[in-house]
Design a protein around this ligand. Structure first.
Ligand code: GLN
Length: 328
């Protein structure tokens, strides 16, 4: 349990940021739509308890694109919209042992190994129901002109917003830029199409997925989203049920084994909680029933995880005793 007093928790978070901020190794991802626009010195940390108390430190008002951290939330929505069985037919739950943008498809079935890599995320995106979009809600219009893709993306942006407890938006300009150089995801989508896993055209699937990656968030948004997963799918501040308990649990399980790319095994051994990182430098971590955490620092290590973020989590989890495999 974090200390009781808000000021002392925030001071503690500031301290963690300052210590970890000394490490300026790593690089800003070239995969970002506008890597030159990223200030490498920005960093932030936030913590939201499962009963809704929120703490943050550093550049907690700074907006960045959610990127791969959207994947677990999108997967949870797919599980509720399409059902566990259907989702499992289309995307597995095994670690791939390969980079996030590899075409890791299971031999025989052709389904992506898990929903935390791009191939699986492209599929999970398709399994979210466009019929659940609120035409009056946020998330419109997206970069696609295909009505079904637009509605599905709107539903995903709205779902991410409910997870965060406020309206989030796609940065359409960044999404267009990212899409324009997204040859690799297009290749993956084309391959998925040959396995009959995508209903829409590969270009449209990638457009929808890229819009999903370009939703703008702050570290506080991410910590609230993580806390919603920690709280069995109920937002700890708004009290709204965002996803079912089963979807939250399945999502956390896949995050634990596949959330940190090729570094997932080492992360679980060292830090010990389900997590997900993204190329823009964010990381979320979830201690079920207790707390959602989020960090932001844009320089990445060779595996694509934020250098400072990994250290922030290592320090927090050690100091607060968060490792899931520890008995006390
Ligand atoms: N939009 C990025 C991509 O698909 C997201 C990847 C990531 O954050 N790891 O390549």
């Amino acid at each position: 349990q974090p200390p009781e007093q808000a000021s002392s928790v925030s001071d503690y978070l500031e301290q963690v940021l300052a210590t970890c901020g000394e490490d300026t190794s790593g690089h800003i991802s070239e995969q970002l739509p506008a890597p030159g626009d990223t200030d490498p010195a920005q960093h932030a940390l936030a913590l939201v308890t499962a009963d809704g108390t929120e703490y943050a430190a550093g550049d907690d008002q700074h907006y960045f694109t959610i990127q791969s951290i959207s994947k677990p939330f999108d997967y949870a929505m797919a599980l509720d919209d399409a059902g566990l069985e259907r989702v499992h037919e289309c995307v597995g739950t095994e670690p791939s042992g390969e980079a996030f943008n590899e075409l890791s498809l299971e031999g025989g079935t052709g389904r992506p190994l898990n929903a935390m890599i791009n191939a699986g995320a492209l599929v999970a995106h398709q399994l979210v129901s466009p019929d659940k979009a609120d035409p009056q809600g946020n998330g419109e219009p997206t970069t696609s002109h295909h009505p079904e893709v637009q509605a599905r993306t709107a539903r995903i942006v709205q779902g991410l917003s409910v997870f965060a407890g406020r309206d989030l938006n796609v940065d359409r300009e960044l999404a267009e830029e990212e899409y324009a150089k997204d040859y690799r995801n297009l290749a993956i989508a084309n391959m998925l199409k040959t396995h009959d896993i995508l209903e829409v055209e590969p270009e449209e699937a990638v457009r929808g997925y890229t819009d999903q990656c370009c939703v703008l968030v702050t570290v506080r948004d991410l910590a609230r989203m993580a806390a919603t997963l920690a709280n069995n799918g109920i937002h700890p501040e708004t009290g709204e049920r965002v996803v079912s308990e089963g979807a939250a649990r399945r999502t956390l399980s896949v995050m634990a084994t596949c959330g940190m790319y090729d570094g997932s095994g080492r992360w679980l051994a060292r830090i010990g909680i389900p997590a997900k990182s993204g190329v823009s430098g964010g990381i979320i971590g979830v201690l079920p029933g207790q707390v959602g955490l989020a960090s932001f620092a844009p320089r990445l290590d060779d595996e694509g995880n934020s250098v400072q973020g990994v250290e922030m989590f290592a320090q927090l989890c050690a100091d607060l005793g968060l490792h899931l495999m520890a008995s006390e």
